[in-house]
Design a protein around this ligand. Structure first.
Ligand code: AMP
Length: 213
C-alpha cells in the first residue's frame, strides 16, 4: 500500500504519518525530515534548500523531486507513505510520471485539514527532540521534565521555521501553492478528506479507518 498524506503545516501529518506507518509497516517518507537531514549533513541539495526552509518558502521543485525519487526507488516494496510531498501541482504531476516509470501507484490520498487557529497553536508550541525527533507540545503534550525528551532524554528544541513570523508565511505559501492540490486529487480514486482538528487519538482512529477501507 502506498499513501499520500497532505494538508497544511501543523495539521499533524508528521505525527499521524509516523503512527500509521508503524501500524501498517510502511516507510514514512517525510519530505521535511529528508530536507532537514540534508541541511544537517551539508549535502549539495541541503545547502540549496536551507535559505528557502528558513524563510518558510518551498524548496525548488527540481531539488525535492529528485530527492524523493531517490527514496522511492530505494524502497523495498513494503509500501510507503509520502508526507509533505507533493506540495504543489507541478510536484504532483512529476510524481505521477515518476510512479508510472517505476510501475508504482498510489492507493490512498488523504487530505487532512483543521481550522487555522489550531494550526498556529500547534506549530507555535511545538518542541522536537534533537536526538530522536519525537514531538511534544508546550501546552497539549508537555514533556515530564521541561526541555528534555521523555523517550530518550535528548534535548528539545523549537524549529526555526516554527517562529510566529515564519508560520504566517508558511500558511500563506500553503494557501497559494499547496491548497490547489485539493482540486488535483479530490476526484481521484482513493481520495479521502479527514477532519484533523480533534484530539490525536480520534484523528488516528479516523485515519486508520480511511486507510483500511
Ligand atoms: P515540513 O517539515 O513538512 O513542515 O517542511 C519544512 C520545510 O521544508 C517547508 O516549509 C519547506 O521549506 C520545505 N519542504 C518540505 N516539503 C517540501 C516540498 N514538497 N516542496 C518544497 N519544499 C518543501
Amino acid at each position: 500500500m502506498n499513501l499520500i498524506l497532505f494538508g497544511p503545516p501543523g495539521v499533524g501529518k508528521g505525527t499521524q504519518g509516523e503512527k500509521i506507518s508503524s501500524e501498517y509497516g510502511l516507510s514514512h517518507l517525510a519530505m521535511g525530515d529528508i530536507l532537514r537531514a540534508a541541511v544537517r549533513d551539508q549535502t549539495e541539495a541541503g545547502i540549496r534548500a536551507k535559505s528557502f526552509m528558513d524563510a518558510g518558502k518551498l524548496v525548488p521543485d527540481t531539488v525535492v523531486v529528485s530527492m524523493i525519487e531517490d527514496r522511492i526507488i530505494a524502497e523495498d516494496g513494503k509500501g510507503f507513505l509520502l508526507d509533505g510531498f507533493p506540495r504543489n501541482v507541478a510536484q504532483a504531476r512529476a510524481l505521477d510520471v515518476m510512479l508510472s516509470q517505476h510501475a508504482l501507484k498510489i492507493d490512498r490520498i488523504v487530505f487532512m485539514d483543521a481550522p487555522e487557529e489550531n494550526l498556529i497553536n500547534r506549530l507555535s508550541g511545538r518542541l522536537i527532540c534533537r536526538a530522536c525527533g519525537f514531538g511534544f507540545h508546550r501546552q497539549y503534550s508537555p514533556p515530564l521534565k521541561s526541555g528534555w525528551c521523555d523517550r530518550c532524554g535528548g534535548e528539545l528544541y523549537q524549529r526555526d521555521d516554527d517562529r510566529e513570523d515564519v508560520i504566517a508565511h508558511r500558511l500563506e505559501v500553503y494557501r497559494e501553492q499547496t491548497a490547489p492540490l485539493l482540486d488535483f486529487y479530490q476526484h481521484q480514486k482513493g481520495f479521502f478528506k479527514l477532519d484533523a482538528g480533534g484530539k490525536m487519538d480520534a484523528v488516528f482512529a479516523a485515519l486508520k479507518e480511511a486507510v483500511s477501507e
